[in-house]
Design a protein around this ligand. Structure first.
Ligand SMILES: Nc1ncnc2c1ncn2[C@@H]1O[C@H](COP(=O)(O)OP(=O)(O)OP(=O)(O)O)[C@@H](O)[C@H]1O
Ligand SMILES: [Zn+2]
Length: 667
């Protein structure tokens, strides 16, 4: 027997009865509410102050008796009763009426005293006291009872349904869908996975900007698997009363477990899952309790039960690390703003079944809306449909669609995020410069992806994938990396004849690398293999941690000189490559402007004419000649692979297993 449910029941009954009583009494008040009484009784009643007024009926005439100020009647203080009645032409005042002198032969109607109202009023204080008592009890129990959940009814907070949404309704999120495929298969047939003892993630965290379809995707998983979808928003957990949130969490898991296999979806999990202790002092007890309860439930439930938790947030950075630990939200899926292909797909999904005019080309709309999320695009189509209907037209035209883009774009938050074509071009040249230099140099990692879609603080980025986990970097590799970092800014100079502020991050990184090459790795002929300064090289907020100078003024200026020289020669190298392959760079920019994101294959196709420079060791022998040109020893394994190269870094055989992504550049 569930005690909580029992305590909630009677209270609702009491509430219902009170409301009913009020209704009934108002109904009675509205109707006939006079009783007939003898005239003298009426007068008496009036004099005693029990009745304020009464209607006295004589034949067909109605006379109203009103109470006046006390006056002297026959030497005694009494209330004077004044009566007036309508008699043919007008109103006439009678003589004073007293109890001793009532109007003879008249009957009167006295207002009926409302029994129910008076009953209610006499009980009201008791009802209030009982309610306050229950409230205090609820506070003390710390969530044991749900008695006070009047405001938001529990049923409304946790919604349950079995969605009809499928993956086909989600466009431009193929990578995320692939990640969630496994979850879907597990939910469809948990027994199959249990038999093998496969480990299924308990929780999946979807993160990305608002409106990118996180909720939609979670619903699609439930729809695909055909399981119930329990959904609640993190902000609904955050309540004024201590313990309510925690009890809601318990409740949510109870319900889902009872209906497994099922999905629990927590939207805006950051509202409850914010880093504990990150608040400003007190007032966060409730939230912490709720978060703790969530962690307890996650640890307590067994995935074998067939319940999977999906949460969504656009602030993964503020989440409590405890939430992300193995066995909790150990699977994290990024959902980003869609690129051109994604936007085309989303427009098609939302354009399904809409009457478009002949001239409508959704691909053009997709091209005009970089930075738009799925929700924005859905909005564009919807606005266009609304406009069309308002203008009494049958078909949605291209003009209408363009107009609704402007409307959606003018929304308060969108404006700043969408770049102008001019900006887009600068970013494309910048990123293209990085990529082309990286490609042309033999010692840099292959380009994995280029995008000019802004993401977080970065305007665009070029992603390179290291071929292998590296513990050592050669001087050549570091030199090439410097050139690649400077490639973005160099391209800007080459094409627009002046640099922009977009390269500050590149410059910071390049400076730090060049400095370390000289002061830590002994890669400068001039200064030799010595360590300068006592810092550990770790840079925090642009400053080396614990850096202390232990060298002379003169050495300091030599270091600066050497840093300058390294960076200048890297810049020269980048310049040389970009000038030589300016056509390739222009082609790349055209493609980038069009597609916004280019994959490795697309990039390689454009880079086909580029001849990769030959690999040559960069010797730092302090002016000495190499003793001989004897190559390094070759291990039997290398020989078996037919790989005799001295530096295996360039060989793709070593890179395949490495998935580590290296976001090298934020321009
Ligand atoms: N990838 C997509 N494909 C199709 N429609 C999408 C897509 N992304 C968003 N939408 C549309 O936008 C609507 C809102 O998306 P949804 O609520 O899922 O976004 P969200 O990421 O959960 O946002 P929030 O963080 O604000 O909760 C969806 O109902 C859908 O109509
Ligand atoms: Zn850059």
């Amino acid at each position: 027997m569930d005690l909580k449910r029992f305590t909630r029941g009677p209270l609702l009954w009491i509430l219902g009865i009170v409301v009913l009583l009020l209704l009934v009494t108002t109904m009675f008040n509205g109707g006939n509410n006079y009783t007939t009484a003898d005239t003298s009784t009426v007068v008496q009643q009036i004099q005693q102050g029990n009745v304020k007024n009464a209607t006295v009926v004589d034949k067909d005439q109605r006379v109203e008796l009103t109470l006046n100020k006390p006056i002297q009647v026959a030497g005694k203080s009494t209330d004077r009763i004044q009566a007036s009645w309508v008699e043919g032409q007008g109103v006439k005042l009678t003589d004073a009426l007293t109890a001793a002198n009532p109007p003879k032969g008249w009957t009167a109607e006295v207002p009926k005293e409302n029994f129910l109202v008076s009953l209610l009023f006499s009980f009201l204080p008791i009802i209030i006291i009982v309610l306050i008592f229950l409230f205090i009890m609820n506070q003390m129990q710390g969530g044991g009872s749900r008695v006070m959940n009047f405001g938001k009814s529990r049923a409304k907070l946790i919604t349950k349904d079995t969605p009809k949404t499928t993956f086909a309704d989600v466009a431009g999120a193929d990578e995320a869908i692939e990640e969630l495929q496994e979850i879907k298969e597990f939910l469809q047939a948990p027994a199959k996975f249990q038999a093998i003892g496969a480990k299924i993630p308990k929780g999946v965290l979807l993160y990305g900007p608002p409106g990118t379809g996180k909720t939609l995707l979670a619903r699609a998983v439930a729809g695909e698997a055909g399981v119930p979808f329990y959904s609640i928003s993190g902000s609904d957990f955050v309540e004024m009363f201590v313990g309510v949130g925690a009890s809601r969490v318990r409740d949510l898991f109870e319900q889902a477990k009872a209906n497994a296999p099922a999905i629990i979806f927590i939207d805006e999990i950051d509202a409850v899952g914010r880093h504990r202790g990150a608040g400003l002092g007190g007032g966060h007890d409730e939230r912490e309790q709720t978060l703790n309860q969530l962690l307890v439930e996650m640890d307590g439930f067994d995935v074998k039960g067939g319940v999977i938790l999906i949460a969504a947030t656009n602030r993964p950075d503020i989440l409590d690390p405890a939430l992300l630990r193995p066995g909790r939200f150990d699977r994290q899926v990024v959902i980003d703003r869609p690129d051109l292909e994604g936007r085309k797909g989303i427009l098609r999904v939302h354009g399904r079944g809409k009457p478009f005019a002949q001239d409508v080309d959704l691909d053009v709309i997709a091209r005009r809306t970089p930075g738009f999320t799925g929700a924005d695009l859905a909005n564009v189509i919807n606005e266009a449909a609304l406009l069309t209907a308002r203008q009494d037209q049958k078909l949605i035209t291209m003009n209408t669609l363009e107009e609704s883009i402007d409307r959606v774009m003018a929304g308060p938050e969108r404006k700043s995020r969408v770049m102008s074509d001019e900006e887009k071009k600068i970013i494309a040249y910048h990123e293209g410069g990085h990529a082309l230099v990286a490609h042309a140099l033999p010692n840099s990692d292959p380009v994995h992806k280029i995008t000019i879609l802004s993401r977080g603080r970065a305007l665009g980025y070029t992603m390179t994938l290291p071929m292998e986990d590296k513990f050592l970097a050669t001087r050549s590799e570091m030199n090439d990396q410097l050139a690649m970092l400077l490639g973005g800014r160099t391209a800007e100079e080459l094409v627009f004849h002046e640099p922009t502020t977009g390269a500050s991050n590149d410059i910071e990184k390049a400076t730090s690398i060049a400095r370390r090459m000289i002061t830590e790795y002994g890669m400068s002929e001039k200064l030799g293999a010595r360590k300068f300064g006592s810092g550990n090289g770790e840079v925090f907020l642009g400053r080396e941690m614990g850096h202390e100078r232990d060298y002379s003024e003169q050495i300091a200026s030599t270091i600066d000189e050497e840093v300058r020289r390294l960076i200048e020669s890297a810049h020269d190298q980048a310049w040389e490559i970009l000038v030589q392959y300016r056509d390739v760079l222009d082609n790349l920019v055209l493609e980038l402007m069009e597609k916004e994101t280019l994959s490795r294959e697309q990039v390689l196709q454009i880079f086909a004419p580029v001849v990769v420079k030959e690999k040559r060791p960069s010797y730092a022998g302090y002016g000495k000649r190499l003793p001989s040109d004897r190559p390094p020893v070759i291990t039997p394994k290398e020989r078996a692979n037919g790989n005799g190269a001295a530096l295996p870094a360039g060989s793709p055989a070593f890179g395949a297993a490495n998935e580590q992504q290296n976001q090298r550049d934020e321009a």
